[in-house]
Design a protein around this ligand. Structure first.
Ligand SMILES: [Zn+2]
Length: 356
């Protein structure tokens, strides 16, 4: 038998028991806080906008735009990391064409003589798409930039019923971590609950929750982290489904993949690897950088953790993996309030240098 849940856990869970299940819980009353990814907060003032040098050329006659764009497509100058920038800037009657980065072409690119264009010159352009309207306005003053607001789930409202679902999941993962400790393992666990809403439940085909503890002690294997074990449990569950079909992507994920395809970013990927599309993972400790990357590859929708790992965590501690430049998926990160107190009370403490 496990010890009963500690009082602090009961207290938090108890706060959401009574009341209308459809009541929306204000953000400041939620038992967790949503972590802003680095880019979201970073580029709201001009000095924070990251830039780099690019070659551009003036188009003396606007009628040249079509021919020049056609030539640019086959010129080999365009690279996938230019996708967040529009190709042409219009300022009153003056048109300017973006050619390429000086990083990839240190000397001025040669232009087809038939187009009779002036010599290219360099300009500072934004390094990434605009995540907010403020950032878009700033970036557009440098060069017209694509607006790619944060994904809608990050601002999703929380009804009482969904908060209860999250509390139950966090309680379950704490139980599993304590059970792991009782078995002589590190007290770390990860849990993928059945989705709260019917639509996601049907789309993800996840009809039973999956849970895993850390097993690096018993397996004498340094990579048997709880999160990786949980991802493997999802893979095995999916493989055992009657038709063993790959997880269907949500409409959200499909549209994002379409967008990436249309914009030329990313290599061809195998959809069967997106094990956690639309799913939420709860874990006792902030996942290490390796596990945070595995979650990114699995396309998890959101992660909740109880205990921050400042020295080793990949979800806001030592690094913020889904906030890194160049990653092709972002997931939401939620940190449980008062997680450290729970950790002590529940006996879930691990050394500060431990990779969770
Ligand atoms: Zn890990």
């Amino acid at each position: 038998m496990l010890d009963p849940d500690p009082d602090s856990l009961e207290e938090v869970v108890g706060r959401f028991i009574d009341g209308d299940l459809d009541d929306l819980i204000p953000e400041e009353n939620l038992p967790f806080t949503h972590l802003k990814l680095v880019q979201d907060e970073e580029e709201e003032v001009m000095s924070a906008v990251r830039t780099e040098q690019a070659w551009v050329v003036a188009l003396p006659d606007p009628k040249q735009a079509a021919d020049t764009l056609k030539w640019l497509k086959i010129s080999g100058l365009e690279t996938a990391d230019m996708d967040h920038l529009k190709r042409i800037r219009k300022q009153s009657s003056q048109m300017t064409l973006l050619l390429t980065y000086t990083r990839t072409h240190p000397s001025p690119p040669s232009l087809p003589p038939a187009l009779a264009l002036p010599a290219p010159y360099t300009l500072l352009v934004p390094r990434s798409a605009a995540l907010t309207q403020t950032s878009l306005q700033l970036k557009n003053t440098l060069w017209p930039t694509v607006y790619a607001p944060r994904r809608k789930h990050e601002a999703e409202p929380w009804a009482r019923a969904r908060v209860q679902w999250a509390c139950a999941a966090m309680r379950r993962v704490v139980q599993e971590a304590r059970a792991a400790r009782a078995r002589g393992e590190l007290p770390i666990a990860a849990y993928v609950p059945v989705p709260h809403d019917d639509e996601t439940r049907a789309a993800t085909q996840l009809s039973k929750p999956l849970i895993a503890g850390d097993t690096r002690v018993s397996a004498a294997h340094p990579l048997r982290h709880a999160v990786l074990n949980a991802i493997r449990a999802v893979a095995e569950y999916r493989a055992a489904l009657p038709d063993a079909s790959p997880p269907p992507a949500s409409a959200d994920a499909v549209s994002e993949d379409m967008r990436e395809a249309c914009e030329g970013g990313g290599a061809t990927r195998n959809g069967t690897h997106y094990l956690l599309t639309s799913l939420t993972l709860f874990t006792t400790h902030e996942p290490c950088i390796m596990c945070s990357m595995a979650l990114l590859h699995s396309r998890v929708k959101e992660v909740f953790y109880l205990i921050p790992m400042d020295k080793t965590g990949g979800c806001g501690g030592a690094a913020c993996v889904p906030g890194l430049k160049g990653v092709n998926h972002r997931y939401a990160i939620n940190r449980w309030r008062a997680g450290r107190d729970w950790a002590v009370e529940c006996g879930l403490e691990v050394g500060p240098g431990t990779d969770a």
